[in-house]
Design a protein. Structure first.
Length: 102
């Protein structure tokens, strides 16, 4: 993960626009989600449920990075799923993640 991706994830977290783990399912219907990032090394029923919700509501879903990388960017040990609830941050993250994964 490059520093720009990590920086944007940290910014989203500090701004209260990043949701992690099961908290995402609890607020999915209350908040607009623009981007869902799922770790490559995580498989769970929660992720399956979130992927289905994302498909149904046309939310961009990106499978990238490892749980430890996502966690480090957000200040946790490991994070398997991150939802971004800010449109501008989502657009920026999508752009830099695509660049990082070229």
């Amino acid at each position: 993960m490059n520093n720009r991706v990590s920086g944007y994830l940290g910014l989203a977290n500090r701004a209260g626009k990043a949701l992690v783990g099961e908290a995402i399912t609890k607020v999915w219907s209350k908040r607009k989600i623009y981007l869902l990032i799922m770790a490559l090394d995580a498989v769970s029923k929660t992720q399956e449920k979130l992927a289905k919700l994302a498909r149904e509501q046309n939310v961009t879903t990106i499978y990238a990075y490892r749980k430890a990388e996502l966690g480090h960017a957000l200040g946790f040990a490991e994070v398997s799923t991150v939802a971004i609830s800010d449109k501008g941050l989502s657009v920026q993250l999508i752009s830099v993640i695509k660049e990082d994964n070229k």
